[in-house]
Design a protein around this ligand. Sequence first.
Ligand SMILES: Nc1nc2c(ncn2[C@@H]2O[C@H](COP(=O)(O)OP(=O)(O)O)[C@@H](O)[C@H]2O)c(=O)[nH]1
Ligand SMILES: [Mg+2]
Ligand SMILES: [Zn+2]
Length: 356
Amino acid sequence: MSREERKLRKHLEAHARRELRKALSKARVKDWKPPRERVKLNEDDDYLPPVKSYRTATVRESVVGKIDAPVSTGFVAETGPGFCDVLSAGERVRCRHTVEVAVGDRVLFSPARRRVEDVLPRRTVLSRADPHNPRVERVIAANVDVVVNVVSLKNPPLRPGLIDRYLIAIGKSGAEPLLCVNKIDLLASPEELDLLRPYRDVGIQVILCSAATGAGLESLSAALAGKLCVFAGHSGVGKSSLLNALDPHLQITTGSVSAANEKGRHTTTSSALYKLPNGATVIDTPGIREFGLWDVTRDDLRRYYHEFDAYQCAFSDCTHTHEPECAVKQAVTSGAIPEARYESYARILASLGVAP
Ligand SMILES: Nc1nc2c(ncn2[C@@H]2O[C@H](COP(=O)(O)OP(=O)(O)O)[C@@H](O)[C@H]2O)c(=O)[nH]1
Ligand SMILES: [Mg+2]
Ligand SMILES: [Zn+2]
């Protein structure tokens, strides 16, 4: 390459870099949304806040402007298509909502209009991407302490990739993860539990149980006691059955898993909250089949794979895919990192698109 050619090439590269930087900063500005200003209330940890007149709260100006009827604070106990039930001062009020609400939300609502006006700041948020429109956030539950990912080993079979997606979403939510393995009565051999070892190894509490036989329910109950929890997971794994087993008075409708596809039908169609005798409050959610991650970037992703933390790669921003001297890939080869976890990482990374 002649000197001239080298000069021209350098010039073109610099130009391309400038253009890329410009495009990136434009994209960032376009995607950036100002944080929503929220209502500030004196937070108490009571899940059922007392009725407060809006005057006692510092309410967002724009909200006050819109509300001409008195508002109270309440707690969302159930959501379904087009409605939500708000608990306030011992009453349950069915409301419409123009803002998106989730079970566990503390809200400002107008009892007279039966309408939710605003959502109070959330302590934790478990979200996923809308299955029909991945650009839309769907909040599964708000303010929960523990997210229980209920799975079954058989009927429907265990899907480790789905567990990994849940764990990432839980990691993002700010709540504690708990892996509840139901239907252990269907287990043919203890080796089937080997698939769960990677989760124990990274310190996630794994509880084995059976809603059918009652095995493990004491441990599950102890892990939930006194907390606000959500049961989330694939359809048909037995979320509703477990709640019924923890409190036989509940009698939540459960469904049978169709033998033809083992996919599980959606028996629970709305999210609802139940108080258990041990003081736990549990949100039962409709089952899902696919779980799209919400707002997880390629850079974020490796943070949710704690088994990678112990390894130092040659590049500090190593994606553990194509880079040379990748300590994580070496650890996978040597068996120190479970292959299944690495594969799910690589699959999810690929699904998140190309790095800018
Ligand atoms: N063998 C067995 N079946 C269970 C168990 N728990 C639930 N089931 C069955 O699994 C099916 C789906 O249960 P359901 O609670 O509706 O699942 P959900 O969609 O996760 O709420 C029902 O037919 C239950 O009877 C269990 O521990 N063992
Ligand atoms: Mg159910
Ligand atoms: Zn690496």
